[in-house]
Write a protein that binds this ligand. Structure first.
Ligand SMILES: [Zn+2]
Length: 70
């Protein structure tokens, strides 16, 4: 939650929107999104978060373990 408080931007390559969620970087990359985060968590904007969720819809039962709510 700290990185969003600092006004973090979406970590997806080429995207400069405000972040709304931070998600495990590996999970984001597994969904086919290219992120430029150095950390274990990547910040996603609303658009990319929706995109990520769409990619992970087959694993809905695991969703709660995949991301942190702010
Ligand atoms: Zn984005």
């Amino acid at each position: 939650m700290g990185i969003i408080a600092k006004g973090a931007k979406c970590n997806v390559s080429g995207c400069d929107n405000d972040g709304i969620r931070s998600i495990n970087t590996a999970k984001v990359e597994n969904a086919g999104l290219s992120v430029s985060s150095n950390g274990k968590k990547s910040v996603l904007c609303k658009t990319h978060y929706k995109e990520w969720k769409k990619e992970t819809k087959d694993d809905r039962s695991l969703e709660r373990a995949r991301y942190d709510l702010f």
